[in-house]
Design a protein around this ligand. Structure first.
Ligand SMILES: *Cc1c(COP(=O)(O)O)cnc(C)c1O
Length: 377
């Protein structure tokens, strides 16, 4: 663990958060107590869906969804190569095949105009991501899924609180997930949740998360299906409840940081800050700028120089199809998804967290200015 002067992200844990966790530690229920039920109720209400099932990570949530929908060996699922790797790994767990579709250069989300040509008789679902918190085109995705009778899955791991057409991310499609990893908008340490309006689907996920037990009335050592231990413990749920109670304030703080960065980065050549969108509410997950020209070619050198100055930077995302084991298994190579590849090379994530100070933003921006000036000279 390196001690950065300014880290890429930082959890925002308050005294109340700590107290709520401590309270659980003073009870006899560290798992399957009252807290997970309360957290599920609150997160379902927040997202505007009927059912929520907490699990121990966003990745576990995705895995259970794939199983619950009966997606199996040889089935195809349309998804994006520009995401965190679990979006597509959850398919590999069940030997289903990710069918990648390239992204839109502006939003970094799936290019919906390229989906239909990839649909085959083996296609079972579309798994779309709200990349960096920016809502995907849910109107178009819903239409395509309906027309071809496909399940629609929303990986909303990065978009807790985002909205599109007045509806919250996490409520689109048949089923969705949030993640509560420490760099997400709210955290439980590790953790995730499945969201759906479909009771059967929710029950099936709940049972699988709890070793395949019945969701009601079963005995502890009675297992009615293949299950896993994907449960989220009570301390994590207590932390989640406390964090969720501050979500409005958290989103406001993050938006303020975005606006400050956007203002301060204005006028630096070959850097394009993220756009605010009209008609959509973005709950900002990370702050990612796009580089152009010579500056883009030197992206990795810029990251090294920033890190030498004690500023941690990120390069989200390295295309999934170019990850070594994907290349090997599916014979992907450079050139398969040109926009994803181009975006993957020219994006740069700057330090971004709720309580970043303006002086810290200034330090990041002045270093970036200096480094890019040298490149352009
Ligand atoms: C964080 C993230 C996940 C996985 O969440 P974990 O809780 O870390 O397992 C999945 N998809 C996307 C897009 C993510 O950003």
């Amino acid at each position: 663990m390196k001690n950065w002067k300014i880290p890429l992200s930082k959890p925002d844990i308050t005294n109340n958060d700590r107290q709520e966790v401590l309270k659980v530690l003073k009870t006899n229920f560290l798992s399957l107590g009252e807290k997970y039920i309360e957290f599920e109720k609150k997160i379902a209400k927040f997202a505007g869906v009927k059912y929520a099932v907490t699990v121990n990570s966003g990745t576990s949530a995705l895995h259970l969804i794939i199983r619950a929908l009966g997606i199996k060996e040889g089935d195809e699922v349309i998804t994006t190569p520009f995401s965190f790797i679990s979006t597509s790994n959850c398919l590999l767990y069940e030997k289903a095949i990710p069918i990648f579709v390239d992204i839109d250069e502006k939003t970094f989300n799936l290019d919906v105009s390229k989906i239909e040509e990839k649909i085959s008789s083996k296609t079972k679902a579309i798994l779309a991501v709200d990349v960096f918190g920016r809502p995907a085109d849910w109107q178009a995705l819903t239409e395509i899924a309906k027309k071809h009778n496909l399940f629609l899955i929303e990986d909303s791991a990065e978009a807790l609180g985002s909205e599109c057409c007045g509806q919250k991310c996490g409520s689109f499609g048949d089923v969705a997930i949030f993640s509560f990893y420490p760099n997400k908008q709210i955290t439980t340490g590790e953790g995730g949740v499945i969201l759906t309006n479909n009771k059967e689907l929710a029950d099936s996920c709940r049972s699988m998360a709890n070793q395949g037990r019945k969701t009601e009335g079963g005995k502890w050592l009675e297992h009615i299906r293949l299950g896993y231990n994907y449960r989220l413990d009570e301390m994590s749920c207590a932390l989640g409840i406390s964090q969720l109670s501050r979500i409005k304030e958290i989103m406001k703080k993050r938006e303020k940081v975005v606006k400050l960065y956007n203002k301060k980065l204005k006028g630096i050549n070959f850097i394009v800050p993220p756009e605010l969108e009209i008609g959509k509410k973005i709950s900002w997950f990370v702050y990612v700028i796009k580089l152009f020209g010579k500056v883009a070619e030197e992206r990795n050198a810029i990251i090294s120089k920033m890190e030498e100055a004690g500023i941690q930077c990120g390069s989200y995302f390295y295309p999934i199809h170019l990850q070594p084991f994907y290349k090997e298994e599916f014979h992907y190579d450079n050139g398969f998804f040109p926009i994803t590849e181009s975006v993957g090379k020219r994006t740069l994530a700057l330090p971004f967290y709720n309580n970043i100070k303006e002086s810290e933003i200034d330090f990041v921006v002045s270093n970036l200015k200096k480094i890019t000036k040298e490149i352009n000279a």
